[in-house]
Design a protein around this ligand. Sequence first.
Ligand code: MCN
Length: 823
Amino acid sequence: MPDQITEPAIDSQLAEAAGRAVELPEPEQAPADTGKGIGVSVLRKEDAELITGQGRFVDDIRLTGMLHLAFSRSPLAHAEIRSIDTSAALAVPGVRAVYTYGDLDFHAGVPTGSNPTGDAIQPERPVLARNKVRMVGEPIAVVVADSRYAAADGAAAVFVDLVPLDPVVAVEDALRDGAPQVHDDAPGNLCCSIVYATDGFDEAVAGAEVVVEQRIVNQRLTPVAIEGRGVVAQVTPASDEVTLYTSTQVPHFVRTFASVVNGISEEKIRVITPDVGGGFGSKLNTYAEEFAAIAVSKKLGGTPVKWIEGRSENMLATTHGRDQVQYATLYADREGRVRGLRLRIVSNMGAYLQLLSPSIPHLTLFMAPGAYDIQNYACQVDCAFTNTTPTDAYRGAGRPEAAHMIERMMDMLARRLELDPAELRRRNFVREFPYTTATGLSYDSGDYDGTLDRALELVDYAELRREQAARGTNGKRLGIGLSTYVEVCGLAPSSVTKALGIGAPGWESGTIRFHPTGKVTLITGTSPHGQGHATSWSQIVESELGIPFDQVEVLHGDTAFAPYGLGTYGSRSLAVGGSAIFRSIEKVKEKARKIAAHGLEAAEDDLEYVEGRFRVKGSPDRGMTIQDVVGAAWTAADLPEGVEPGLEATTFFDPPNFVFPFGCHVCVTEVDTETGKVAIRRYLAVDDCGRVINPMIVDGQVHGGVAQSIGQALYEETVYDEDGQCLTANLVDYMVPTAVEIPRIETARTETPTPTNPLGVKGVGEAGTIAASAAVVNSVCDALGVDHMDMPLQPERVWRILQGLGEKPIEAGLAETKGGGAS
Ligand code: MCN
């Protein structure tokens, strides 16, 4: 059972911004006397700078003599490059140079990082296009100018003679016979394929009493971080040293790959990540512009150069997310016990692979059975190239697609069996932990009934169902949607990430360094961009060492001083990076104990550490503060035999397993039968991310994630026309919901610690995004009494259903053309 439950907290800023008259309780905050250790809702120490305009982002970096870059990009989705004429661009006032592929020194193409099948086709992707372009927005030439504006004018004046080729846009079209070929070396546009089935699958599901089938489209999305990407690069020609400022989630990867692509020795490259205004996975990558900026600075003999992405450029040329078509079949008996799941996933890679592109749908494959005891499972994943922007990690990365599918299928099954969706879930929950899934994952810990019970109690589910029945089907219909999700995060151990073909290992580094005055610097290999690591990590230090929160400085994002770190993504930072810090704290504590025992002339075992002080058990007056110990370690005049001076430790923590957060989200909607408009009346998120370090940060992460997922459910969709032109590359056509659209989000928690790491923590950074879309769509389908609707549930789509017109016409799917799902 959960050992702690926190009451709902509310995002007051969102409610106020929406002008809603809502009575808001005071946010939980640290009372003055409780300290700022683990479990306390401390305000984030990062925010004072950020909200007073003192943040320092890439665009704030100004180096002497710096020039500006702009990229001339392909206007066509698929074409041969006949010639490039740069003369008009060079004539633009302020333009200093224009470079195309052959002018710059590259030793490799833009890197791809993962190969989940071992035989994935990874087509070459030149940093600047050579011979062919395969997507709108592909960089062809780079213009160097005195100002950003002159550079943009220059880029617009580059004339590229393109011979159009037929593009292929929709993923299922790409796999049809005779489809235009995106890459010569990827026949049939297939990047890779995996067929997985548990033993005896066909026999196990044969004769199932109930079979529910559905084609589900998980539409393409654009990540839209507030700050786009940006780069400042300077090469020192005499030493070949590079300083690269870049807005990234993975500074060390950027250094390693810049070394490979730019042909510069890795130790000579310093990557600095200043403040980063969000990423949502889109900055978990290395991009052409980073390598091009280094190459240009080198070509110019060391002149620093800057490139700052524009919004439409961001929406065209930075990675997109999702874009899966799924064919799901759920087999069950009449009592609602699920006997098997068959799934076919067709996943749109876009024109090229980024670091993780083909691994994302494989995460869907692994997590598709969700929180249910489904031991018979068959899945086929086909990853296909199209003439569109590459897809890669977008908050949740493969798991929202899994959770949305299985949570929708469970609701469809409940409807078919005329069972309450909560009851159906209870009949299928996993209850024994650790639990080995049909795909061989080991769910670490959980209490799925606990979060469901708590959620149903908080929304008063029985009363809602009564209201729904009483209201009937006229006017505004009431819908209640559940999502009892489980997700995987904290990707590790490295042996498993390797086996999964994920190019990166799973460990993380963390250093603790004491200064002679007893103050602490932490260096973390994580690369926060809105998650509040400086705050959380300082809380861990205060709890474990008694060093006040405000006397802890957290450094990150500079490869010159940090041990190699893998960065921030996959909600791994606390479970892996925070645990590395914790282990380093244990190491310094162990050394400090030796020094204190020596100083106090006591046995180590006779010492206890209480509130920042070693004291002799039974004689509390005899003691040494941690500051005294640090002083002794620094002066080093009287240290015990064999103990080195100084107090500092580094850990590379590689956990034995992933972590599996879970929860139950409930969405209550009112659907206007006249207009098709969906209004969310209530949204409740009950999450379990193990032990909680900072409840306020966790609430914030859940709010942000839920808001993004409501965006997917109701508003957002990246749309291409049949020529491969992106119709939604601006914030007018692509609708990111604002505080006006997002309802008040209530949060509550249960705490089921994980045995996977010493802190007992699981990740929460993506939980909201993984859970919410299914809760919203389940709610709307419940309101309308229909089996399924694809996202986004814009009023027109809902209205068509209400008029009995059905979905917008969809072309026949691949399930028929390619001979069905896995076997
Ligand atoms: N936390 C906690 N207790 C827990 C779990 C987490 O106090 N049991 C705290 C952590 O200490 C940390 C924060 O919550 O301060 C998030 O931790 P974690 O779940 O480990 O996730 P990461 O820090 O690795 O963040 C990555 C995740 C991802 S994958 C995306 S995408 C994402 C996200 O976080 N993008 C974000 N949150 C974002 N938030 C902002 N503001 N901007 C983004 O781009």
